[in-house]
Design a protein around this ligand. Structure first.
Ligand code: ADP
Ligand code: MG
Length: 736
């Protein structure tokens, strides 16, 4: 390796871990099992914490009842069986200041892991056993293995990084630290792709300093600035990729200018319209309610996208019940006004059928000029396309779509499979799809173009009722423009939410159900979530219905809805519920998203702690969809503090955005980013909550760099980004 040029991250990724001094075949395999293949992977495994060996905790100082982290060497290790037959491993840990006992129950492997001579960090609560202090089943980080050659005198007496070592892979934190140290020393200075003026402005340390500071700090004070810089890099890379995707999209897209006149959005119900007015105008003039001002504003934003030559790529966030459907419909009609078609995609078949019915109802009476039919006009054609549609009907719909005889198609994502062809697809709306990642959206857009005989990119509107915090939206939906429906239709009363814990409260809940049914309303009862098994879940729903029918809800008409039922059965039940032939629908979470039955005024959620906060809020949104008072009951105790906080939050607030922030706090961010492509591009150090300022800075820097010249004057940055995308995407993003 020559001294000359500072090294790039991509060069580090070209060096296999097997090239390190102490890494033989066995360790290559062990590292690979942790996802570490090359030196770059290794350098981005960050310490979980540090122990400052210059300031040792004196073992004689430990306080009973408190948590402590204790570092020491195993001086004795034994295992035996207790009278109850449990395996008990007993270890004596010593340092200069004394010794201390650690016991493990039912962890027989600890005897092997903690043999005499091993140095480890023990983290747990200090207890008292017959007058002696000890720890029971603490968290253990093995720092130095039992064989002498792993000890390196130069690494004692400093700040020691603790890596997420894995007992299973058989690697100690100390070994990992050794590999990293060797890598850093041999790599020498690292090239910094972030322009110096940006670093100065944001007070960021340079790249070499950041890697040394996080892995080999001289002093604990080195860690924070190092972490800050590395976190910034994580955000910057993500934001650069998003900005580049956007720029490419704009350069390569062949969008459609849809004819939409903003003045048409201002017509109130009952206004005049003529048969020659646009469909948008005729629709709004004949609709049964006036738009809220939020709906009007959002439609304005959408109309500007639709009429511009760039394809729309917009996210519409609006809490449950805020009225997203009418917005979507208007966008679809604009496409038809331009002689094109529209597609509405939803996540489930139940929802597709519900939308089909409500669209047909809302759009009834609208006619389209069509010189090929007698009389010159025909009604709008709205059709369904899901996996459930029978082959013969499906063929008919496919043919009509290709000919342009279908105006709006509603379906699940079976809509964009290979045999589907549109004559000219103008607008795609995706409803309730908060679980789509960036890559899937890009694929969808491409498919939209491929599926259409007209070589143009359809406009895309993605709608979600799961409000996500702004910072998370910047990462997960950073490639989309965003609109927010932040106002509920007038006359809505806040849903009254009760957490019914004791028998008395539960009795009140079922009394309320009977009262509401007597007043002509409808009720959902949501059965407990059963992990991973729709079958068991269905069985429990069947049981619960029987129990209620014989007990608390005797005499009411109870229906059943679960994921194991056939499509036609589900439709039948939903139709009966809508029509009021069923009073109470006992259901599994199949009704989670989007179901709209305005007469429903009570939802009872059993074993509510099993649901996430966002899901509970979604479920609650099934009621409160008209001007009558609605109620939500969450039943059951909360087995953990976290679940209690969740249920209390639901009781305290009906604001989806506030709940989303709480959810992020309670669950951490992993779950939020779960849909994003896993692997290198993950946020390892950066936190959406703690590092909001860094995220905003990264977004600004990324858009400046990309806007100027698409990164063509930043070759080092481009080189680095190639590490985080596959070849195909790199070709797309970086070709000049
Ligand atoms: P979501 O955003 O959850 O999809 P919907 O579009 O289903 O909400 O609307 C919820 C309910 O509110 C529906 O019954 C709908 O007809 C009604 N609604 C929507 N917008 C308005 C409005 N501007 N005025 C009165 N009712 C409205
Ligand atoms: Mg909806």
């Amino acid at each position: 390796m020559s001294e000359a040029a500072p090294r790039r991250l991509r060069q580090l990724a070209d060096v296999a871990v097997s090239q390190l001094r102490h890494v033989g075949e066995k360790r290559v395999a062990a590292l690979a099992s942790l996802g570490i293949v090359d030196v770059f992977d290794l350098l981005t495994v960050y310490p979980r914490r540090y122990i400052d060996r210059t300031k040792r905790v004196d073992l004689t100082d430990l306080t009973v009842g408190e948590e402590a982290a204790v570092y020491g060497e195993v001086t004795r290790s034994s295992d035996r069986r207790t009278k109850q037959g449990k395996v008990m491993v007993e270890v004596i840990v010593s340092d200069d200041g004394g010794s201390f006992k650690v016991v493990f129950f039912n962890q027989s492997w600890r005897a092997r892991q903690l043999s005499v001579g091993v140095q480890a960090l023990f983290f747990g609560k200090v207890t008292d056993y017959k007058g002696q202090r000890q720890m029971t089943n603490p968290v253990v980080d093995v720092i130095v293995g039992p064989t002498g050659d792993e000890r390196d005198a130069s690494r004692v007496g400093r700040v020691v990084p603790i890596y997420p070592a894995s007992g299973k892979a058989g690697l100690t934190s100390w070994e990992i630290g050794g590999f990293i140290e060797e890598s850093l020393r041999r790599a020498g200075p690292l090239l910094d792709p972030v322009p110096a003026h940006v670093r100065t402005e944001l007070d960021l340390v340079d790249r070499t300093t950041s890697f040394w500071g996080i892995h080999l700090p001289e002093d604990l004070a080195d860690v924070a600035p190092a972490r800050r810089r590395l976190a910034f890099d994580e955000f910057l890379r993500l934001q650069l990729l998003l900005a580049l995707r956007r720029r490419r999209l704009e350069e390569t897209s062949a969008g459609v200018r849809h004819p939409i006149d903003e003045a048409d959005l201002d017509v109130a119900p009952g206004s005049l319209s003529s048969p020659t007015s646009s469909l948008v105008r005729r629709f709004l003039a004949n609709h049964h309610f006036a738009l809220t001002s939020a709906q009007r504003r959002v439609l304005g934003e959408i109309a500007r996208d639709l009429s511009s030559p760039l394809p729309m790529h917009r996210l519409l966030q609006g809490d449950v019940g805020s009225g997203k459907t009418v917005v979507a419909l208007t966008a679809l009609l604009a496409s038809i006004d331009g002689g094109r078609q529209g597609a509405l995609m939803v996540p489930t078949e139940v929802l597709a059928e519900q939308h089909l019915a409500s669209l047909r109802r809302d759009l009834a009476g609208l006619v389209l000029e069509d010189p090929s039919v007698l009389g010159g006009t025909r009604p709008l054609s709205i059709q369904l396309l899901t996996g459930r549609v029978r082959a013969k009907d499906r063929q008919a719909v496919l043919l009509a779509l290709a000919e342009g005889a279908v105006d709006i198609v509603v379906g699940t994502h079976a809509l964009l499979t290979d045999d589907v062809r549109f004559r000219a697809l103008g607008v795609i709306v995706i409803d309730e799809q908060h679980r789509f990642g960036v890559e899937q959206r890009a694929a969808l857009r491409d498919k939209g173009r491929e599926r259409s005989y007209e070589a143009a990119d359809p406009d895309l509107l993605v709608m979600t009722a799961t409000p996500i915090p702004r910072t998370a939206a910047m990462v997960v939906f950073g490639d989309l423009d965003r609109s927010v429906l932040d106002e509920m239709p007038r006359g809505r009363l806040a849903i009254e939410t009760t957490w019914a814990r004791d028998d008395h409260e539960v009795t009140d809940c079922w009394r309320r159900v009977r009262d509401e049914v007597a007043a002509g309303r409808r009720v959902y009862v949501i059965c407990p979530l059963v992990d991973g098994s729709e079958r068991v879940e269905a069985a429990s729903a069947v049981e619960e219905r029987t129990r209620l029918a014989l007990g608390e809800l005797r005499g009411l008409a109870l229906g059943l809805l679960h994921g194991q039922m056939k499509g036609t059965e589900k439709d039948e039940v939903m139709a009966q519920f809508r029509a009021g032939e069923i009073d109470v629908l006992v259901a599994t979470v199949v009704i989670e998203v989007g179901v709209d039955v305005p007469e429903a005024s009570v939802i009872v959620i059993e074993d509510a702690w099993r649901f996430g906060l966002a899901q509970l809020h979604q479920l609650r949104g099934r009621v409160g969809r008209s001007s009558v008072q609605s109620y939500c009951y969450v039943l059951g105790a909360a087995p953990s503090e976290e679940s209690a906080l969740r249920l209390q939050a639901l009781v305290d607030s009906t604001d989806g955005f506030a709940l989303a922030e709480i959810d992020l706090d309670l669950r951490g961010e992993g779950t939020l980013l779960g849909t994003r492509q896993r692997g290198r591009s993950d946020l390892r150090l950066a936190s959406l909550r703690r590092d909001e300022d860094l995220l905003l800075a990264a977004q600004r820097v990324a858009s400046d760099l990309v806007r100027r010249d698409g990164l063509s004057t930043e070759p080092a940055m481009v080189d680095e980004l190639r590490l985080f995308v596959d070849d195909e995407e790199a070709d797309y993003l970086f070709k000049s």
